[in-house]
Ligand binder design. Structure first.
Ligand code: ASP
Ligand code: MG
Length: 604
């Protein structure tokens, strides 16, 4: 006897017959003794159709009127579904976001939910009715009564937010696919349905899973401990369970983080090893990290920026207790690598034991330009130099001098109005979790490299603030080890990726400040692909990155850049090799057997 929130997407309510099928499914759930709240999207492609209509009137419709228009789509489907339920003899009532009291920010077309009133819903449930609620929409406040929408794909967010507010036992997302797959089945025929995935993994796989489940919905599920399931509307198969930490008794006020960042994390137990001037050819990273894995040493951050000439620098961090052994492995490799025809610029190993890693984490940074820039600016204002940068979908990590760690954490907590915590380490609970849960390919990115920018606090901040001001979202950001002294000034390279469509604009706006910031040039490469492997089980487990690099080396695929978070490894490769890279990694982690792994680990 529980309370279940069910959400049905546009295709699932696309026709009268489908609405009737949904009604039968809802009624069956009621007959099992549950209270049911249903959230629906607009029928089929209704929202796209409405957008189209608006653009036939004007190229620049006002956001307020767009919200007024788009919110009608869901009003149609809630009314029809209620009628279908009533026709089956099941008492039901439809409600708009405003009628429920889904209060949002007063920002049209992408409002975040601030508060949800539950009293009216609860009254109807108590009276034995199914409550059918319009997804995607809300109301700005009880005085203004402005209709708002949450952004495309927003009804997932409505559903999970309602489940959190109502403390529902479960939120089921019904869709036209069987659940979440280990990768894109159009590129890898062996893609398998995952039995489960954690919210953190889901967020890191945003480029793979965002169409199935909106990242904002995942973030709410994680923060409030909502039990979430993604499953097919057409079958009774169990689908994919999206695992959240245990229920969090949090206030519902300010439900969707108005803050883009959830917390600041730090790790003082880090030491850095850099291999400078290693050959830029397939197999080098595989060899290095393979050797390190055979020593059972766990690597944390791995960073490789763009090559210069025919060499790369690869830098990585380990816990301090592993430094000496990792250094020995790296030193032992030098003769072999130097023998690869590099002559006088033979490679060398550099270590630094006095470093710390500070990170900002949060799903709010997805698609929101300027968050990384704000982090860099905050560190710069505190006079802290950033030695390395590594990013993932929901995290930006900077390596700084150990002596700067406390100040960096304090400054970031103040800037983002959050608290700090030590970076989570592996726990034995994870031992049954597969090291990699899913792999993703992004073909839509372009790589930009700023060559020889002075190594001073504030440079990264300037660069990324400039891009943010142009509303350009940056994905990977990599600042690696290589230092060059030009005319007495120490310089580094900063590389990053943006959507291909933004590449030219990004290059132009940076080129314009080259002289002012004192860097040499901005190089663009649009023929790249990003392949990523994600899994919470890779934390504290040696050899995962090595396995990925080995798979690429075996295919003779050169790795152009590497960036990592605790649960993700991403590599940039040539675009033409992207699909083959994805297939190789999927195979290397044996994901074709994925659905068979059940871990029983539900919470952390
Ligand atoms: N109908 C809205 C859209 O198409 C919201 C949703 O379906 O989630 O984006
Ligand atoms: Mg959707």
């Amino acid at each position: 006897m529980g309370l279940i929130v069910q959400k049905y997407g546009g295709t699932s309510v696309g026709t009268v017959e489908r609405i009737q099928a949904v009604a039968r499914r809802v009624q069956a759930t009621v007959n099992q003794g549950h209270g049911v709240v249903v959230v629906v999207s607009a029928m089929g492609k209704t929202t796209d159709g409405l957008v189209q209509l608006a653009h036939e009137i004007t190229a620049n419709p006002s956001r307020r009127e767009m919200d007024m228009l788009l919110s009608t789509g869901e009003q149609v489907s809630i009314a029809l579904l209620s009628m279908a339920l009533q026709a089956l003899g099941q008492p039901a009532i439809s409600m708009t976001g405003a009628q429920v009291g889904i209060i949002t920010e007063a920002i049209h077309s992408r409002a975040r939910i601030l508060q949800i009133a539950t009293d009216r819903i609860e009254r109807h449930l108590q009276a034995g009715k199914v409550v059918v609620i319009a997804g995607f929409q809300g109301i700005s406040s009880t005085e203004e009564l402005e209709i708002t929408t949450l952004g495309r794909g927003g009804s997932d967010t409505s559903a999970v937010a309602l489940a959190a507010a109502l403390r529902a036992d479960c939120c089921e997302i019904y869709t036209d696919v069987p659940g979440i797959l280990t990768t894109d089945p159009r590129l890898v025929t062996e893609a398998r349905l995952m039995a489960e995935i954690t919210c953190d993994e889901m967020l890191e796989l945003a480029s793979l899973g965002a169409k199935v489940l909106h990242p904002r919905a995942v973030e709410i599920a994680r923060n409030y401990g909502v039990m979430l399931v993604v499953r097919s509307s057409w079958t009774d198969d169990p689908g994919t369970r999206v695992l959240a930490p245990a229920y969090q008794p949090r206030r519902i006020a300010g439900l969707e983080i108005v803050h883009p960042v959830d917390c600041v994390e730090y790790d003082r137990d880090q030491a850095r090893i850099a291999l400078l001037r290693v050959p830029d050819q397939p197999g080098v990273a595989a060899r290095l990290f393979g050797e390190i894995a055979t020593q059972d040493l766990d690597v944390d951050l791995i960073i490789q920026s763009i090559h210069e000439g025919n060499t790369n620098d690869i830098a990585f961090t380990v816990i301090q207790a592993s430094l000496l052994r990792a250094e020995a492995v790296a030193e032992a490799l030098v003769p072999a690598l130097a023998g690869a025809g590099l002559g006088e610029h033979a490679c060398e190993v550099m270590i630094d034991r006095a470093i710390a890693k500070v990170s900002i984490a949060g799903a709010g940074m997805i698609g929101r330009p300027g968050i990384a820039a704000q982090m860099f600016a905050t560190l710069a204002a505190a006079g802290i130099n950033i030695q390395m940068i590594s990013t993932s979908e929901v995290k930006v990590s900077c390596v700084v001098a150990a002596a700067d760690c406390d100040r960096a954490v304090a400054a970031l907590c103040e800037a983002f109005e959050v608290t700090s915590q030590p970076t989570a380490k592996a726990t034995s609970e994870w031992s049954e979790v597969p090291p990699v849960r899913g792999v993703a390919l992004d073909l839509n990115q372009a790589q930009l490299a700023i060559r020889a920018i002075p190594d001073r606090p504030g440079m990264a901040a300037k660069v990324f603030q400039l891009l943010a001001a142009q509303q350009i979202s940056v994905d990977m950001i990599i600042q690696s080890q290589r230092c060059r002294v030009i005319d007495g000034v120490t310089t580094r390279d900063i590389a990053f990726t943006v959507a291909q469509g933004d590449a030219a604009q990004a290059q132009a706006c940076l080129q314009a400040v080259a002289a002012e910031l004192g860097f040499r040039e901005v190089v663009v490469n649009t023929a790249i692909a990003k392949v990523s492997a994600v899994g919470a089980g890779m934390v504290g487990r040696p050899g995962v990155a090595a396995c990925m690099f080995r798979a690429l080396a075996a295919e003779q695929i050169n790795i152009q850049m590497i960036t990592t978070s605790e649960i993700k490894v991403s590599c940039v490769v040539a675009q033409a090799e992207g699909a083959r890279a994805l297939q190789a990694i999927h195979r290397a982690f044996k994901l074709e057997t994925a659905g068979m792994v059940t871990t029983g680990v539900a919470t952390r």
